[in-house]
Design a protein around this ligand. Structure first.
Ligand SMILES: Nc1nc2c(ncn2[C@@H]2O[C@H](COP(=O)(O)OP(=O)(O)O)[C@@H](O)[C@H]2O)c(=O)[nH]1
Ligand SMILES: [Mg+2]
Length: 396
């Protein structure tokens, strides 16, 4: 990967281009701009919960380690994809490119960072949050409060987010009320009503992610970048002795209900075991996983959970030069997917040749898939499906 600076500038540039595209198509920016920059997930949690350890595991090998974006470390994680591996076995391409996303190693909310506004600005830019919740014992490095209490940690940090948003809502309400006194404005009145509803939710100590807003209201809310509206993944960081019984852990700590709320997910893992796995060659890592009774690294589960919770998935392209996974949002059409690759392909879109990845593997080649009748010719409005391998026919 190029240096962090070029990478960062690259994503900035892509974002700008796409804004232009969003305008020209007359579509909501919120929808079109998503897949053109790397999705960003902020890792938050109390001091010593294992955030930095997890960040290193997630972004291992793909991050200019220590790259800083303001006060936080940024790294790139690859989205594990078995389909892509299988396609690569078939095509033996020069290059295999996984879908990727960014993780940010953010300081803890309470304590570590205080109410530093620069920090909050950065945090508001993330698309999702991973809260690393400490559930491992380490007498030489006790938790800040002195005892393990995952449920309390979750409640505390969730409340922090709610309070930040409440502060912001309150400020905005005052401003809008002031403006409305000067001049009537139906748009502002609608915003005020929406903010009042947000305030009600927040005052009841509930996160905004629990509420579903109609598209029109969501458009207004997007500009506020409310923290409690971000999808939330609780990464429960357990003792290695729990490795064989990850599933029951959430219930044991009484946090299974927290994780069942809308827009949230829970991934139990053992940070220490994950760190060991990350150090080992593949074969030895597999052996160690077996010894711990793990079927998959927590790292992969966490990345996939983030990806899915945000409503993203990948379609694939396959060929000898490159096999690649491309990130799009659920419900996107063929012509939108073309734009994920290049705006020229989108502009010159003619048709999409589509084959399911398993059918491609079973038939053994694009031509054979066509002969077997597995290849479909789809138009611009075709809704791309998970597992589609696509070849775009385009002009120009
Ligand atoms: N036993 C154990 N120690 C861990 C685990 N995860 C992190 N640690 C240790 O806890 C300490 C704090 O971890 P760190 O990742 O720096 O926490 P942060 O403050 O949240 O960034 C370090 O000494 C880690 O080695 C874990 O899953 N099990
Ligand atoms: Mg840290």
């Amino acid at each position: 990967m190029a240096s962090f600076a070029t990478h960062y500038l690259g994503t900035r540039r892509a974002r700008r281009q796409n804004f232009a595209y969003g305008d020209s198509q007359g579509q909501g920016l919120a929808r079109t701009c998503y897949h053109f920059r790397l999705m960003r997930t902020g890792i938050i949690g109390l001091a010593g919960a294992g955030k930095t350890t997890l960040f290193r595991i997630l972004t291992r090998g793909h991050a200019p380690q220590g790259a800083k974006h303001g006060a936080v470390h940024v790294g790139v994680a690859h989205v594990p994809d078995k389909r892509l591996e299988k396609l690569a076995e078939l095509y033996k391409p020069k290059k295999v490119t996984y879908a990727s996303m960014e993780y940010l190693d953010v300081a803890a909310l309470a304590g570590e960072s205080g109410r530093d506004s620069a920090f909050l600005v950065q945090l508001r830019e993330v698309d999702a949050l991973v809260h690393v919740v400490r559930a491992f014992d380490d007498p030489s490095n006790p938790p800040p409060s002195g005892k393990l209490d995952p449920r309390h940690d979750i409640e505390t940090l969730d409340l922090d987010l709610v309070l930040y948003d409440l502060e912001q809502v309150t400020r905005r309400v005052e401003r809008v009320e002031r403006d409305l006194k000067k001049k009537k404005d139906p748009k502002l009145e609608m915003e005020l009503a929406l903010l009042a509803r947000c305030r009600e939710t927040l005052e009841a100590e509930r996160a905004l992610r629990e509420i579903e807003f109609p598209a029109e209201e969501q458009k207004i809310l997007t500009s506020f970048q409310f923290l409690s509206q971000r999808p939330m993944i609780y990464a429960l960081n357990l003792n290695d002795s729990d490795a064989g019984a990850l599933e029951g852990a959430a219930k044991r700590y009484g946090i299974d209900t927290s994780a069942a709320r809308p827009g949230t997910a829970l991934v139990p893992l053992c940070g220490k075991v994950e760190a060991e796995l990350a150090e080992l060659p593949e074969a030895e890592a597999a052996e160690l996983m077996q010894a711990y009774g793990l079927t998959e690294p927590g790292r992969d589960r966490l990345i996939r959970t983030t990806y899915n919770l945000l409503g993203w998935f990948s379609f694939l392209t396959a060929g000898e030069p490159e096999c690649r996974a491309w990130t799009i949002r659920r419900g996107m059409t063929a012509v939108e997917a073309a734009g994920a690759i290049h705006s020229d392909i989108q502009r010159g879109f003619i048709k999409a040749e589509v084959v399911n990845w398993e059918d491609l593997l079973a038939t053994g080649s694009w031509a054979a898939a066509r002969e077997a009748g597995k290849l479909r010719l789809e138009g611009r409005d075709y809704v791309v499906q998970d597992g589609d391998v696509i070849l775009f026919r385009h002009s120009g």
